[in-house]
Design a protein around this ligand. Sequence first.
Ligand SMILES: C[S@@+](CC[C@H](N)C(=O)[O-])C[C@H]1O[C@@H](n2cnc3c(N)ncnc32)[C@H](O)[C@@H]1O
Length: 364
Amino acid sequence: MSTDNTDSSCGASETQSTSENTSDEAASASTDKPTTDAETDTETASKRGASEASSASETTTTSTEASSSSTCGASSDSSDPASSGSCGASGSDDEKEVGATVDDFDAEPGRLVAVGLGPGQPEGMTAKARSALMDAGHIVGYTTYVELLPDEVVEAAEDIYNTPMCGEVSRTEEAIDRALAGNSVAIIGSGDPNVYALAGLALEIVESKGATASMLDFDVVPGVPAAQSCAARVGAPLVNDTVSISLSDHLTDMPTIESRLHAAAKEGFTISIYNPWSRKRRDNYEKCCEILLEHRDPGTPVGVVHAAGREDEQVEIVELAELPDLGETDLVDMTTTLLVGNEDTYVWDDRMVTPRGYETKYDY
Ligand SMILES: C[S@@+](CC[C@H](N)C(=O)[O-])C[C@H]1O[C@@H](n2cnc3c(N)ncnc32)[C@H](O)[C@@H]1O
């Protein structure tokens, strides 16, 4: 694996992998099959790259480096192996320790808010999310999510720190260190911060640094999760009891994922499948199809939504029996969510319908 060590101007440092891609969110935007990122104009593009931890051969860029260093308190030593790693956890799964602790910061703590951007396009963002971003001096996020920010948010930000792939732990730590150093910081992600995202990790790291959520006035601003924005594209597939299951075995082992798939499929929940496919997880996708077909009729409708709300959006409703063959197509990758119907789900007028049961009580 080839790596480049890149430092941030404020807090955690991070080693980015140029060839590995194991984290869920990295994979969801940097897929093995082609996807298109949002285009940016030149002015906002330069701001978006302002404090970027680069995966390429250059070290961190930084038009705002001086000012962001001055507003940051403790910075972890970039030569400290505990503060760097490869793609994944801090980046590496081996690295369990945080860099700076609360005692390393002299400043009055600032604020940390986890903001969900929704599916992608600016109009899919809630007004509360937009206002939280306008209020944050520093915005920290994965590059593709930074590219999704509305221009006015980019223009209003004092500093934007983005990392091109992986490194969720070190990026979250960076956000926390900036907040502990007195800044108002938003850490961003697609969809909702509570759905396979960084809200929980942020609280865990705040605790491990000896700080508290209250000290940072920690808040979560919800966004529309992929399951819901994708469901909206295919009608009404999730109206009754429903669950979501991620096929990523990066943080949950495959036997557990399989067991959950069996349980959900057996009990008649509709199922939103997140992180369905990557080159390294072909087997997970195949296993998932096998389990679903063990419990559900091959004719069960499945909504397949790729890149909801983005330029390369694709939407199809297929039958469960067709799912295995879609794994090798551009329709199913790490920017796709699958919506698996239950035994009552049917297709009417190109829409999936999962009855909630009204028809058993009312005449219409
Ligand atoms: C790490 S999870 C992040 C989920 C996100 N926090 C949410 O609330 O939707 C990434 C997965 O979300 C799903 N996803 C995210 N954005 C999507 C979109 N625009 N269209 C379809 N699926 C999407 C994909 O299944 C992807 O693999």
